[in-house]
Design a binder for this molecule. Structure first.
Ligand SMILES: C[S@@+](CC[C@H](N)C(=O)[O-])C[C@H]1O[C@@H](n2cnc3c(N)ncnc32)[C@H](O)[C@@H]1O
Length: 218
């Protein structure tokens, strides 16, 4: 087996300074989130911004769905990378952080391409299904307790060959440590087993940020 590089903050910083330059409004969101204290860690990492940008540029999805928007970093990242005629639907239940996200979408002049639905995501997903909406690309980054639920609902409205990406699947590395058995670690472990056993998709886990699962609907 080949040996793997163990990432630390120094290497992560080096990678980020030698990768795609972020848009000024992406930096603004990151700066804003720093004023929020502990919850700033909810945002995706810079390396995940780079990855989402690249994959959106390559796949060119027409319709993107995000589950879990917070102050907008991941939605803005995908919105800036998607084609002129593509649309992004974003789901979050928090009105306050959604208003902040919308203000950043306006600043970046892409608010006309992003529709943020403020509601419980399970309710919004059922509505989208009833409206016969279909997506080519879905990013899941909301409450971990509902990951299996989100995944099943997302798969129902994903086109064949569509992609679902799920954040936090390595959970600080705790999923691989059998001595860590707190509630959320167990939830993520259960989710990872669920999609690994699911023959509706083929999937892999990438060690970017807190771990991204990338699934393709077969
Ligand atoms: C980890 S944060 C998302 C971070 C975001 N992707 C980013 O890059 O900044 C999770 C978000 O999920 C939202 N959320 C949690 N439970 C939810 C639910 N049941 N329905 C809708 N949104 C939910 C929270 O309000 C929070 O904004």
């Amino acid at each position: 087996m080949g040996s793997n590089l163990k990432l630390n903050d120094q290497i992560e910083g080096y990678i980020n300074s030698h990768s795609i330059k972020l848009h000024p409004v992406q930096y603004e969101i990151i700066k804003y989130n720093e004023t929020l204290g502990e919850i700033k860690k909810m945002q995706i990492s810079i390396s995940q911004c780079h990855f989402l940008h690249f994959i959106i540029k390559i796949i060119k999805p027409k319709n993107i769905l995000e589950i879990g928007t917070f102050t907008g970093l991941s939605a803005l990242t995908m919105g800036l990378a998607m084609d002129e005629n593509s649309k992004l639907t974003a789901l979050d239940k928090n009105k306050e952080t959604s208003d902040v996200a919308i203000s950043f979408f306006k600043k970046a002049k892409i608010d006309n391409k992003i529709n943020l639905l403020i509601n419980n995501a399970i309710v919004s997903l059922k509505d989208l299904y009833n409206q016969k909406k279909k997506f080519d690309f879905i990013f899941i980054d909301a409450d971990k307790e509902n990951y299996i639920n989100y995944f099943n609902n997302a798969l129902n409205i994903l086109n064949n060959n569509g992609i679902i990406i799920i954040d936090n699947v390595l959970w600080y590395g705790d999923v691989a440590d059998q001595n860590k058995n707190d509630r959320l670690t167990l939830k993520i472990r259960e989710f990872n087993k669920f999609i690994n056993d699911d023959n509706r998709v083929e999937s892999l886990i990438l060690p970017i940020g807190d771990g991204l699962s990338v699934c393709r609907k077969i």
